[in-house]
Design a protein around this ligand. Structure first.
Ligand code: NAD
Length: 210
């Protein structure tokens, strides 16, 4: 059933999960779809429709039980236990990702950065993530149990590093280089190019002013 769920739906479920965590932190035990929609800029009908893909979550007259829905959503999204992530490329982007709470948090733990630059190897990011040699990747991956890899290397190094990560058991890849990564059997690849969003924005601005 989950394979039929669209990218847009999974993104909305991620936003809903963030909202539920925020409400839980505030001590709220129940919430209606209307409250969730208002607080987190979502659409209440859409919330009900998205959740209906997975079963019946609401309680009549009560709404959603916040902790219960948060825990069920986490399980559905494969986030019940923290995922170990490695980042290849300890440059501007790789270091920023490793030190960001949005990327390195209770759900995704960045275990290490890997680089080829001898001046970086052996040091740490600002928050203490170790920078290790790429040559150590194969052994390190199995020792760390990493299932997700982020590629923050120059475009010409992407394919080789992706194959190394895949051979070491990584099942999901986020490729940040501006060179789309062709599919790798048995691995889910997501190409992330922020420049595309910028260009989408300028396209809309240009359309609006013409
Ligand atoms: P950077 O030059 O600061 O860092 C690149 C790092 O990769 C360096 O530390 C270098 O030593 C290392 N490296 C090179 N070859 C390697 C290899 N084979 N294995 C491991 N490490 C290797 O560059 P940056 O600004 O951090 O950008 C990194 C990548 O991310 C580039 O491809 C860039 O185009 C891309 N980028 C993407 C976005 C986005 O929106 N997706 C935004 C910024 C940068």
């Amino acid at each position: 059933m989950k394979s039929a769920i669209s990218e847009a739906t999974t993104q909305r479920l991620s936003l809903l999960l963030r909202g539920l965590k925020a409400l839980e932190a505030e001590g709220l035990t129940t919430a209606s779809s209307a409250l969730l929609a208002e607080r987190f800029s979502l659409n209440s009908a859409q919330i009900r429709k998205d959740l209906a893909h997975f079963g019946e979550f609401g309680v009549r007259g009560v709404g959603y039980r916040v902790a219960d829905l948060r825990s069920k959503l986490q399980a559905l999204m494969g986030l019940s236990t923290p995922r170990t992530v490695v980042i290849v490329g300890a440059g501007n982007l790789g270091l920023a990702l490793a030190d960001s709470r949005n990327f390195n948090n209770e759900s995704f733990k960045v275990a290490a950065l890997f680089d080829v630059d001898g001046r970086k190897i052996g040091s740490r990011s600002k928050t203490g993530v170790p920078i290790r040699a790429v040559s150590e990747l194969p052994q390190a991956l199995s020792a760390m149990g990493a299932t997700i890899g982020a590629l923050a290397v120059p475009p010409d190094a992407v394919r080789e590093m992706a194959l190394t990560l895949a051979a070491g058991g990584v099942k999901g890849l986020l490729n940040f280089a501006a060179a789309p990564l062709a599919p790798i059997p048995g691995v889910v690849v997501k190409n992330v190019d922020m420049a595309l969003f910028l260009e989408g924005l300028t396209f809309q601005l240009a359309s609006a002013s013409s």
